[in-house]
Design a protein around this ligand. Structure first.
Ligand code: GRF
Length: 203
């Protein structure tokens, strides 16, 4: 059984879509979902739709310095990932950079979905920026490294900009493509060797 965790920050449509698809594969298990934003609506949706999946709300401690806050958040996340013997991590709208401890531990096993044809429009509000430029755009699934949306591209697919588009039409074309593409990573994982670790192995 291959165990996959999902990290999300927002509404979680990709997370819910991935979880629904993962249930169709008997060899995949969603180990846990971690949400880092107090106003995310995902935990409630998950409790309703998939009550069997553990969900953790892990927020940064605002009383700490910026550097310590980030390190402590990553440590807490890593600890939950390991508690559930997670082997792969899927970022689904997770709005933070992944810190070195998690990157080291899950090297080559953290995927992200980005709403553009990378390397175009890395970072925030990628659909909005492409729309403002009247540019066609796309969706990219990539492996995560220490940079901003800079890891190796795994899957990419474009979609057009139409003159008559509103931003919402443009974005919903992108979102549909996201829901189609991200689950393909589940098949990649299914076809990858297992990475289960000996319990107690040092981090
Ligand atoms: C998606 O557009 C994804 O490409 C980006 O963050 C957004 C998350 O949306 N990384 P949702 O929370 O999955 O609906």
């Amino acid at each position: 059984m291959k165990k996959i965790a999902i990290l999300a920050s927002g509404t979680g449509t990709n997370a819910l879509n991935l979880i629904g698809k993962a249930f169709t594969y008997s060899d995949l298990k969603i180990s846990c979902v971690i949400v880092d934003q107090p106003d995310s609506t995902l935990p409630e949706k998950l409790t309703e739709e998939f009550p069997q999946i553990p969900v953790y709300k892990i927020f940064p401690d605002e009383s700490l310095s910026k550097e310590n806050r980030k390190a402590q958040l990553d440590k807490k996340i890593l600890s939950q990932l390991n508690k559930h013997q997670t082997e792969w991590v899927l970022l689904a709208g997770y709005m933070r950079m992944i810190g070195p401890a998690i990157l080291r531990y899950f090297e080559g096993r953290i995927y992200n979905i980005h709403p553009s044809l990378l390397p175009c429009y890395p970072g925030l509000r990628a659909y909005e920026r492409a729309f403002t430029d009247k540019s066609s755009s796309g969706v990219t699934i990539h492996l995560v490294d220490a940079g901003l949306d800079s890891g190796p591209v795994i899957i990419q697919k474009p979609f057009p900009y139409e003159e008559s588009d509103t931003l919402s039409e443009f974005m919903s074309r992108g979102k549909k493509l996201e829901w189609e593409l991200y689950p393909k990573v589940l098949e990649i994982i299914l076809n990858s060797p297992s990475h289960s670790r000996v319990m107690g192995e040092s981090l």
